[in-house]
Design a protein around this ligand. Sequence first.
Ligand code: THU
Length: 135
Amino acid sequence: MTQADTDLRDAARAVRENAYAPYSRFKVGAALRTPSGRVFSGCNVENVAYPEGTCAEAGAIAAMVAAGETRIAAAYVVADSSAPVPPCGGCRQKIAEFADPDVVVTLATTAGTETSLRVAELLPGAFGAGHMEGA
Ligand code: THU
């Protein structure tokens, strides 16, 4: 594991501690590295009006965009789950907006089990701008 990958994992693990998940009690942390080497992180933020909750991935993406960056070079998602946590469908689409198909997304448990997938594997057949040509 490179130092950059260790840093990405540590950022996701650290931000997960701040997750606000009183309803599901399922804390998730996500970290993104951009081509410039900066790391942005986010955690899930639930709400008593359940659909208003946001995922960890969405928080990390919002932090990246707010900082003026729009490309993801690598991503790491971690939860205290029995198997590496798979991002929800909406987050797969959100990641695909900012990442090339070959970007690696690592899904992990707090115990250390990791699965790495490329964006193209996370969201096969992704809807993209090309599908609107001719509209
Ligand atoms: N959750 C995430 O934040 N990311 C994922 O990849 C999966 C699910 C959150 C949403 C909700 O707060 C809790 O986990 C249970 O679904």
